[in-house]
Design a protein around this ligand. Sequence first.
Ligand code: UDP
Length: 338
Amino acid sequence: MKVLVTGGAGYIGSHTTVELIGAGHEVVIVDNLVNADMTCVEGACRICGADIPFEQADCCDAGAMDALFEKYRFDAVIHFAALKAVGESVSKPLEYYRNNLDSLMTVLETMRRHGTPNIVFSSSCTVYGQADRLPVTEQTPRREGSSPYGKSKQMCENILSDTIAAYGDLTAIALRYFNPIGAHPSALIGELPRGTPNNLLPFITQTAAGIREQLSIFGDDYDTPDGTNLRDYIDVVDLAQAHVAALERMFGGRSSEPFEVFNVGTGRAVSVLELVRRFEIVNGVKLNYRIVGRRAGDIVAVWADTARANRELGWTAQRSLDDTLASAWRWEKAVRGM
Ligand code: UDP
């Protein structure tokens, strides 16, 4: 099938492109390159031994989207293109709402005009906020998002759900990602944060590489076994494969409802300190870290109940945390020429 991957030059988009091509699909990437460069597109081409069509355009540009859909006639869209820095979204709410909502709406309108029936949407476990009961299932009530980024993901889920209910010509699956980490085993594609990383793993790998002096661990006085936050860290290749499974469910007409939501995690809770220690052991490096105060907006703990994805998508996270941490370090070293 022919699939448009929006935001395909980015971290998850490039890994998903590789898995789609590996599964026999044709991919076209569209990306405006505001938060990515061509490194991962080139890496994906090398991994696949293919010239993956790339179009530089903004998904909010209806004219550009129309031209793209006219040119390629897609069977499906995987919509990654979005702004994603939680902290930045607090200081730039209008940019986040404008970009994340407009790009989805423009893509949906273009799909309807061109008769493209299927879309997979990048959602996030951030839609749950701090849940009362863990792990979270897809039925766990969503809590008011704690940042414009989180709220934009909730609003996008609502836009999808309302659009699909109203028109009957679209099928959608929203995947709620937990914490994606790691890189492709080839070390040809991976996460490339611009400036100081916000997320834990790139901060760890950059500290190990000597680019950051010290890792700050945000709080060790939470009500958790070692006092640090608990998250569900999922290998980016596993996450990418969940997108292939979601698409094939829609292509095979196996969706039980026109709009479905799945948690995509491992079901395993790992603390910040555990992750740091595992990284040191697996990669044989010492990390300079210190405990600092809590980071505003952090939730204490969240991890996934993945039963629905396991059962309905026939997908389970396969990679071990150790392999994932090794892949992250291999990628950082490749980027730095170490
Ligand atoms: N974290 C940390 N130091 C950092 C970055 C993150 O201690 O430099 C912690 C953060 O408090 C959270 C976990 O690592 O408990 C994951 O944070 P990240 O920003 O990667 O993802 P989040 O789950 O917050 O979206």
